[in-house]
Write a protein that binds this ligand. Structure first.
Ligand code: SF4
Length: 439
């Protein structure tokens, strides 16, 4: 009998939670990685127990939706057999160690942080006193790679500096709420000292009366400097430090690795892979990337360590499977949440509307990147405002926002930026975005 886990409402591998279209099972993959056999197993399990597709999440995990009533135990057992489960349900929730999909391969990274990330993840999984962390609590370990997610905030971040130190900070992305820097050899101990302090506070109320579950709650009572002062190692200032910008759309197409081989990135439309895509991707990984598949926080996939000779065939095969391998279509960089088709809070069918919107825009010959369609104001798919946000109001109708440092009037209330159009159709939204791009 599988022991399911009901401590939190967030989906997990051992905690399949009900949704509009059936259960959701979220499989947290260590560093977003899986192999070809595991991708095939996911295809089989999804077809047998839920909707016959998987979704890549914005934390480089996968989820199976539409899990049938009574299928939980069989699905969980299948995932365990496929080597996709941690040792225990508690360990499942602490797998949020976020790294670049280019980790260990990027010729321009400052450090290879692979070993550090592996040690951190192993300790979180094996030392059960860390299992009290919220399933949303996340740690970013950034080696300064060119392909890097620098929009999603994490509870604690560590980021490599060119002078050999690690800057660190809280409740943000590298460079936000920076507390200082430590020598690279002190980074792991510093991180766990901070985690020990944080876990001791979990469940207490902060000065605002909020229960402490995330680092932002602790920051009500303690500043980043207060937290840094708890470290026993030397902490040096990093106030002037800024993380270098990441490569725009770096996760799409081929990039040369440090060893001369290539990593190839491809985007499944709106983060979803059907049966043919999963099995085709597994075959390509088996043939060309030593069976390794890396998922990304852009809800896309990457095949590492490919020879130059293999690229042309792999790109053609991925395009044939309906992956996007060039950033030349609007859907290459469009995000959506489940929308009304998969979530009871959804006010509009974001997935269908995203395709409609992209068709309209691409019909004019110029893609628009960075659009986020959200079914309600909760904005599950994008933790920070996207360049453009369509906020669902009712079927086929949205408010349209453009990211702005200076939100105007009432639109400031949403935090999504400047309101370009209220209660507009998809065709009207497409025109508004095109006009904005040309302005
Ligand atoms: S943003 Fe709203 S509609 Fe979309 S998945 Fe989240 S709760 Fe559901």
């Amino acid at each position: 009998m599988i022991q399911s886990d009901r401590r939190f409402a967030c989906p997990g591998l051992y905690r399949i939670v009900p949704s509009q279209d059936g259960g959701i099972c979220r499989i947290k993959l260590p560093f977003g990685r899986l192999n070809a056999a595991q991708m095939r197993a996911l295809a089989k399990l999804a077809a047998a127990h839920g909707l016959p597709e998987i979704e890549v999440t914005n934390r480089a995990n996968v989820q199976i939706r539409g899990v049938h009533d009574g299928a939980d135990d069989a699905l969980i057992a299948g995932l365990v057999d496929a080597g996709l489960a941690p040792k225990s349900s508690g360990a499942d929730d602490v797998r949020n160690v976020m790294v670049s999909p280019f980790i260990g391969l990027d010729p321009n990274a400052i450090f290879d942080v692979s070993d550090l990330a592996r040690r951190v993840l192993a300790r979180l999984e094996n030392e059960t006193h860390y299992h009290v962390l919220s399933p949303k609590f996340s740690i970013q370990i950034d080696g300064g790679e060119e392909i890097a997610m620098l929009q999603h905030p994490n509870d604690i971040w560590l980021s490599a500096m060119a002078d050999g130190r690690f800057a660190f900070g809280f409740a943000g992305v590298p460079g936000e709420r920076t507390a200082g820097a430590v020598a690279s050899g002190d980074a792991e101990a510093a991180l766990f000292t901070l985690l020990d302090h944080f876990t001791a506070k979990i469940g207490q109320l902060n000065a605002k009366g909020d229960k402490i579950t995330r680092m932002r709650h602790l920051l009500v009572d303690e500043t980043p400097a207060d937290l840094a002062a708890r470290l026993t190692c030397r902490v040096t200032p990093a106030d002037a430090w800024q993380r270098a910008a990441a490569m725009p759309q770096g996760h799409i197409g081929a990039r040369r690795q440090a060893d001369g081989r290539f990593i190839l990135g491809a985007v499944p439309l709106l983060g979803r892979l059907g049966q043919e895509m999963m099995l085709g991707l597994a075959d390509l990984a088996h043939r060309f990337s030593g069976s390794e598949i890396r998922l990304t926080p852009w809800q896309s996939v990457m095949l590492p360590s490919m020879t130059e000779d293999a690229l042309e065939e792999a790109v053609a095969a991925l395009e044939e499977l309906d992956f996007i391998t060039r950033p030349d279509r609007t859907l290459a960089a469009t995000l959506t949440c489940a929308g009304s088709a998969g979530c009871k809070s959804g006010l509009a069918d974001t997935k269908a509307d995203a395709r409609h919107l992209a068709n309209e825009i691409d019909g004019w010959g110029q893609p628009v990147f960075g659009i986020h369609l959200t079914g309600c104001a909760k904005s599950c798919a994008a933790p920070r405002p996207a360049p453009y946000t369509l906020l669902g109001l009712r079927p086929g109708h949205y408010d349209v926002f453009a990211q702005s440092d200076a939100p105007v009037g009432d639109t400031a209330k949403t935090g999504l930026g400047e309101l370009l159009g209220h209660d507009v159709t998809i065709e009207q939204a497409a025109r508004l975005l095109m006009q904005r791009e040309k302005a």
